[in-house]
Design a protein around this ligand. Sequence first.
Ligand SMILES: [Zn+2]
Length: 675
Amino acid sequence: MPWWKEEPWRLIQTNLREIDMQDLSAERYAADLKDFHATVVLLNAAGISAGYDTKLPYHSKNPYLTGDSLERIVKLCHENGIRVIARADFSKVRRNVYEMHPEWAFRTEHGDVMEQNGFVQTCLCGDYQQKYAFEILEELFGRIPFDGLYCNMGGFQTRDYEFRDYGFCHCRSCREAFRNYSGKELPEQRDSQDPAWREYEDFQKHMLTDYRKKMAGFLKGISGEICFDDVDYARIEAATEVSTRLPHWIYHASSNCRAIIGDGTSGIICSNTSVSYPGYGLRHASVSPALHAMRLWQNMANLGALDYYLIGRLDTAADRSAFETVKRIFAFREKHDAVYRNLRSTASVLLRRKDRWVATEEEKGWIRVLTEAHIPFAEILPDAMKQADLSRYRVVILADEGELEQQEGDRIDEYVLRGGTVIASGQNRIRESPAESGGTKFLRSSGILKLEKEDRQAMSAQLLLEKEEKQAFPSHQAIDAVPVGDTYFFLEWDEAAKTFLKLIPLQPFGPPECCYSREVWDYPGLIDYTYGSGRYFTLPWLPGSFYSKTGHSNTVGIMRDILTEHCGLVSVAADLTPMAEVTVSEDDSGHILIQLVNNSGAFGLTFFDPLPVEQVSLQIPTEKIPVSVISLMGGHVTWRKENGTLFLLLDRLAEYDALRIEFEDGGSADERQYS
Ligand SMILES: [Zn+2]
């Protein structure tokens, strides 16, 4: 078994600047990592700047290689039980290399390069990434026994570090590769509706998959003990960025881990890093220690590994405010590592996520509602969704996912036919093949026949909740009309479907005297369609986006009532504050681990230490009777079992806790350690 399958994964990335190698002491470096309880380190080795004495002419050598060598660092780390992953960045070359090989560069539509601070962007299709990068890797791994590789900024980058957009690449290699792939010229513009652009997006995906496969094959050819990003582990980031990522996405770490782990069948290690700095322009400052703590606990609760990333070295960092927090959490994980092995989520809800890096606004809204209602759920990315066994889930959520491939649509139809439930907000339709034309295609299981009109200026519209519908929406006893938000889709639906709520159309907004509408239309807020043995709920608006952007409780009520009253989902912590997060998982022996993260320190833009929560009660469905229930944080837990539910009471939740529930037929864990 390769090392990453057996050894604990607690990673620290020291993202070294060139001058960090000037006086680096390998002894100190390894000792600092030990002090942080790290088992894996990620450090800069090749690409933009070679961290060793390279003999390759176009591999720019770091001019500050006067401290201990990479060879010595790797040797000392290995002696201290620390694995070392090499970081390479083939996305850029220095200006002098570009001048010798201008054909390696990314090119805008007008033939310009993307250049910042003397570094020129290279193109994935060009020979630097396709050929020369492999010469560099051959030299690197031939010289130094690294345990893995991480390639930074891979793929088709279109923006620089200041987020300037240069459009898509028009270099000669891209034009040739696209011609070979499609027989066509590059599309004229980015237009998601244009079949030419879609084909180009497919081409990018094909090139990327091919490239990663080629690199993985190359590395495995050197040694089966070299791990590679996205194959053996997946590196992703929980980060902030000044002005572009506000307000903070407080479930960023949880959501990242869930999306990478998906339905749990890939077995990939999710290394979601807590990025130290607040933004690219503030590389040497740290975000609040409480935010690092929240992210690291969220990683653990959602079955990710621990990962912390800072610029430069641990011994010379200018802002060390988070160090003790990181060490404390890494030490906790070290102490209890055995408990976190081979866990899988027992969630019965699956939320599809469009993009790996961050959830969309609509997805975020559903993630918030599920988390805050304590309904455990998994997230899944499109490629994994195509393979997933949906029958494991009671409810699948499509949060304005746009276009699904026919094959995926067929799988969802089959899932509903056999008794599954879908909640679909916004637009979820089948992607047409380039040969097809005509109207939008909806899923058969949805009962939706046609999109009549899309209104993106619907902000003053409302959904009327009539008296007789209040039973179906118990959260809304004192609310008769719910704001729609800015978007409403006018649909035509199968008349066999049942509908709820009615649209009160746009009204003027201005002086109160004119703020009313006397009309109520038959367009609904919820369409409930039975297909085979299953149900498909359509919300022709974007409640998730509205909740994510505004945070008000009236939208939450509707969403939560659909989850609980209409879909029959049950909270595992009905009385617990929405500010704490609960996850439930089990190991190979059937022992359960309940994890709680107290997110109550998230206060506006600042993160403080969370307020303790007293008397946490949990209701876990299980037929089994525990032999022991233990809080890993040393809390006091009592329990009773009644009618297929295990009722637990934890005396106090500080920032995090994990309740290990063992059953008689299990017993793989070391009980003595936790008693
Ligand atoms: Zn190109």
